[in-house]
Design a protein around this ligand. Structure first.
Ligand SMILES: Cc1cc2nc3c(=O)[nH]c(=O)nc-3n(C[C@H](O)[C@H](O)[C@H](O)COP(=O)(O)O)c2cc1C
Length: 357
């Protein structure tokens, strides 16, 4: 039944979605005046446009504090669970994900929030689970980020297991786990049709990928280029099949600079991602994501700096509509089942760009 309700399971061979419109700046770490303003009105207009033009999904970023710099990149953001509920109530067909940090939301609260949204959405809800990496956010919540990935994902697994149990139990239940001790727990109502929403994870570590192979329908991975992405997809899917007898679809993330000509697109990219990059925010973002100078050759750091300013380090699609469409076809040919898109100004470019693509 879920297959019929949720566009993540439609017949399209390659799924397209928008990433991070709930955050100020979106994915572009730039000072240009046309950079994305993540107001509710802008998000609602964008969601209804994406619904109308036939995109499959919207994916937010759960962000609690920004990256500083001149623009305080992603400092302002709409909370993802309430954002998803609001957008699903005002759209018809598109799937909208919420992103949850396992450490910041009690699993029983989350179970009920997600089940409620799923009823608002008539089964169009999706869930992205983040098991933690951002130290300053943990400190903000007065929590210690576990240094070991094994601990982060063990906690995440138990968190998800409590939610699954709450969604499958007709009776109340006690839970005696490593992290949660629950008495007479329950979640009523349960998700639509007692089926679970589509689940994704975006961990790039071994533990993150194992978590996805064990639990998720989709793994999101950042790719360097489609060719290296092909090997990644094959390795991930082979692992999920061999270890868990599960078919895991792999998605990636991109940012788009589309103009009538390639030269115009490259000129605009240079303008916003080099001349007007919010350098201080780019440095902070790269540092937090472990891009310490000593880990990479300088020219690679410099190239990555532009890609971080341009689109938070994800894969760039820069050119005229044909070039961008060809690149998307290349990503599909490499074995990816879908990708997210991001724009400096989503509304202006989605309205114009996607109708062309
Ligand atoms: C598509 C995508 C979406 C993500 N969304 C979020 C998010 O909303 N909030 C967050 O804190 N991290 C987010 N991340 C980071 C990952 O969830 C993950 O925590 C990070 O890659 C570190 O995982 P690892 O330590 O297992 O490698 C995202 C990453 C990707 C590629």
């Amino acid at each position: 039944m879920r297959q019929r309700l949720n566009s993540m399971y439609n017949q399209n061979a390659f799924k397209l979605g928008l990433f991070s419109p709930n955050c100020a700046g979106g994915m572009a770490v730039t000072t240009v005046p046309e950079r994305w303003q993540a107001s509710w009105d802008n998000n609602l207009q964008l969601a209804q446009l994406a619904d109308e033009v036939g995109l499959e999904f919207l994916l937010p970023i759960a962000r609690w504090t920004g990256y500083g710099g001149e623009t305080d990149f992603q400092g302002e953001s709409l909370e993802t669970i309430t954002w998803a509920a609001g957008l699903l109530a005002r759209t018809q067909r598109i799937s909208v994900f919420a992103t949850a940090h396992t450490a910041f939301t009690h699993p029983l609260v989350a179970a009920k929030q997600f089940a409620t949204i799923d009823h608002i959405a008539g089964g169009r809800f999706g869930l992205n689970i983040v098991c933690g990496w951002n130290q300053p956010e943990y400190e903000m919540f007065g929590l210690a980020l576990p240094t070991e990935h094994d601990v982060r994902y063990r906690y995440g697994q138990e968190w998800w297991d409590v939610i699954r149990r709450a969604w499958q139990s007709d009776e109340t239940f006690d839970w005696h786990g490593e992290y949660f001790q629950l008495k007479q727990a329950r979640c009523t109502p349960q998700p639509v049709g007692q089926s679970r929403p589509p689940l994704m994870n975006a961990g790039s570590s071994r533990q993150g990928r194992e978590f996805a192979a064990r639990n998720c329908d989709f793994l999101f991975t950042v790719m360097i280029d489609p060719e290296r992405g092909r090997d990644d997809v094959r390795a991930i899917q082979a692992f999920a099949q061999a270890q868990h007898q599960r078919a895991l679809q792999v998605f990636t993330t991109t940012y788009v600079v589309c103009r009538p000509t390639r030269r115009e697109a490259e000129e605009y990219h240079h303008h916003y991602a080099v001349e007007c990059a919010d350098q201080a925010a780019v440095e902070r973002l790269m540092t937090l994501q472990g891009m310490y100078a000593q880990s990479f050759p300088q020219e690679m750091i410099d190239a990555m700096r532009v890609q971080f300013a341009g689109g938070h380090g994800v894969y760039p699609l820069i050119g005229d509509p044909d070039t961008v469409a060809d690149e998307i076809a290349r990503i599909h040919a490499a074995g990816f089942a879908g990708a997210t898109l991001a724009f400096v100004d989503y509304l202006r470019l989605v309205a114009r760009g996607l109708r062309v693509l």
